[in-house]
Design a protein around this ligand. Structure first.
Ligand SMILES: [Zn+2]
Length: 298
């Protein structure tokens, strides 16, 4: 049973950000080994990566784990993030029921520490309103400072995007990408919290019928709408949860179909035709599900 020790390590990863200001507690967490840049197993083809490393170039150190490459300033900040990243990798690939072949592409994570550096970098990419991270072409840029901590499911959410990007490099619809990231990371966080006897605050949130973004509008959005950010994430999470709960196998091939750019209506009919003949039939059932309290276990 390796699980409890992973959770213990996660406890370090998710501790209040204040701990990022001091050396790590005596937790037995071994530091992420530093690797010279020239000896990293893979380069990041993303031009934003070059931009990031050009900000105070002397400060950057590098390291890697099985599925990720890290660029960081202090290893006591990067180490818990690397443990958490691999934990979420396992949760997400289990949920997707597919593993990458060994030696396949690794995602790059850039961990800024100085707010000033982060501000300088931020203009280079689009901040994700939910987590404050920047996700670009399969790389993730984050800042770890006292004002920004992964007390929620934020890192799990971003890791889910990184993995989705590996399988579907051309992208999947925004609602599905955000909804899946929320769905899978809430489950991971809930199991972590339950193990520590916390009441999982990360539970799936209900969306009242009158607040729901109509399905046709939701699936056409290419970025979370500024005036309804919260509703967008909650509703997308609920829709993914509803589809996955209705039939997991159908959900995975539905995801695959949308990843291959099939129209929503066709993909729905081919994978859920016996349950929901049309988007309207889906919307009717979903409307009721969206306002119900549900658990988050995957
Ligand atoms: Zn997201």
């Amino acid at each position: 049973m390796r699980f409890p020790s992973v959770l213990r390590l996660l406890a370090v990863a998710l501790a209040p950000a204040a701990s990022a200001q001091s050396p790590p507690p005596a937790s037995g967490l071994s530091a992420l080994p530093e690797v010279e840049f020239s000896r990293l197993s893979q380069r990041d083809p993303n031009p934003l990566g070059v931009k990031a490393l050009a900000i105070h170039p002397d400060q950057w150190k590098h390291g890697e784990t099985e599925h990720f490459i890290y660029h960081f300033v202090d290893s006591f900040v990067a180490t818990p993030i690397s443990v958490e990243a691999e934990f979420h990798y396992r949760v997400v690939t289990k949920e997707l029921q597919r593993e990458q072949p060994a030696g396949d592409t690794k995602s790059h994570l850039y961990i800024f520490q100085k707010p000033g550096d982060w501000q300088q970098f931020q203009s280079a990419g689009k901040l994700e309103p939910w987590t404050g991270g920047i996700q670009s072409q399969g790389s993730l840029f984050i800042v770890r400072d006292p004002a920004y901590k992964f007390a929620s499911n934020a890192l799990g959410h971003e890791i889910a995007h990184l993995i989705i990007h590996r399988y579907y490099p051309d992208g999947i619809p925004c609602w599905l990408n955000e909804g899946f990231a929320q769905y899978v990371s809430k489950g991971a966080q809930a199991s972590y919290l339950r193990a520590r006897n916390y009441n999982a605050r990360s539970k799936s949130r209900t969306v009242d019928s009158e607040k729901l973004i109509p399905l046709a509008e939701l699936i056409a959005l290419t970025f979370p709408p500024n005036d309804r950010v919260e509703t967008f994430y909650d509703e997308s999470e609920r829709l993914v949860r509803f589809l996955a709960a209705s039939d997991k196998t159908s959900f995975l091939s539905f995801l695959d179909a949308l990843g291959r750019h099939q129209p929503f209506e066709t993909a729905l009919f081919q994978n859920y035709g016996t349950k929901f003949m049309t988007p309207a039939a889906l919307e009717e059932e979903f409307r009721e599900y969206a306002s119900k309290e549900v658990g988050t276990s995957l």
